[in-house]
Design a protein around this ligand. Structure first.
Ligand code: HEC
Ligand code: HEC
Length: 217
């Protein structure tokens, strides 16, 4: 028993000495001269730096707009119903607006012309595609208080799917936030993206409300 106590004392002593050594080592490290990355004027004038003319896509001096000539962009001028729809950019991408939006924008809280033709109740009569079910669904879970903590009321691995009936989800009210007209313009930015649609017809219509849980479960 006595032996054990002595042994314990030695072990403790060793631990303290070792601990002290460690602390000392740390002190030495912190007091060593910090490595400061020096920035010299030479570095900034390095030829490999990108100039302000090269930063943007418009290749113009960003600090001087005097010589800036914006390209004459043409947006569709044709009235709704007289145009051909544009294929989706990828599966369930927001379709582009094929018709003019002159007179329909800006969308305001009290006036949204898009609804006049695209609300499900009138769309058929107007020959327009109906606003899809996804826009009448709330995918955002509620926030609930639980013992002073706020958490989302959602199960792990499940999509919250609250059917709003015939009420348009207000988060979808500002249509042009996602749907835009296609400008008739050629861009010099290369793009090799090729969409691959899983089902025939997916380039012309959407089905997000049915497929939204894919990859979540
Ligand atoms: C006067 C009626 C009318 C108004 C107002 C209108 N649209 Fe349309 N819209 C149509 C018609 C008709 C078509 C062509 C047929 C169709 O919907 O597929 C169309 C097509 C579209 C399409 C293409 C649908 C697809 O499947 O490719 C989108 C997107 C669209 N409109 C969005 C809008 C938005 C956003 C607004 C408001 C800024 C708006 N529309 C205002 C009648 C209208
Ligand atoms: C937050 C982005 C967003 C907003 C805002 C939004 N949409 Fe969409 N919309 C989408 C996406 C993404 C799709 C394709 C997937 C889907 O069906 O939800 C779509 C699909 C559509 C379609 C095609 C439906 C079909 O069956 O092919 C129409 C028409 C449409 N939206 C009209 C509207 C109108 C009108 C508004 C404004 C009241 C609006 N959207 C607001 C993102 C949006």
């Amino acid at each position: 028993m006595k032996m054990n106590k002595n042994l314990l004392a030695i072990v403790l002593l060793l631990a303290i000495v070792l601990g002290a050594c460690k602390t000392k080592k740390t002190t030495v490290e912190t007091t060593s001269t910090p490595v400061v990355q020096e920035t010299t004027t030479e570095d900034l004038s390095n030829e490999s730096f990108v100039t302000s003319e090269e930063i943007g896509y418009r290749h113009n001096d960003l600090f001087d707009e005097d010589d800036l000539v914006l390209e004459d962009i043409t947006f569709p001028a044709a009235a709704p119903g007289t145009t051909t729809n544009i294929d989706r950019s990828f599966e369930n991408a927001p379709p582009m607006i094929p018709h003019t939006v002159v007179g329909f924008v800006p969308i305001k809280a009290a006036s949204n012309a898009c609804l006049i033709c695209h609300m499900p109740a009138v769309a058929v009569a107007m020959n327009a595609t109906s606003i899809p079910k996804s826009h009448f669904t709330n995918y955002r879970p509620d926030v609930v208080e639980d013992d002073g903590l706020f958490k989302v009321d959602a199960k792990e691995g499940a999509v919250t799917n609250k059917d709003l009936g015939s009420d348009l989800n207000k988060a979808r009210f500002n249509c042009t936030q996602c749907h835009v007209t296609q400008a008739d313009i050629s861009v010099f930015i290369p793009n090799n993206f090729n969409p691959s649609f899983r089902n025939e017809g997916d380039a012309k219509k959407s089905n997000l409300n049915e497929t939204i849980e894919e990859g979540v479960k």
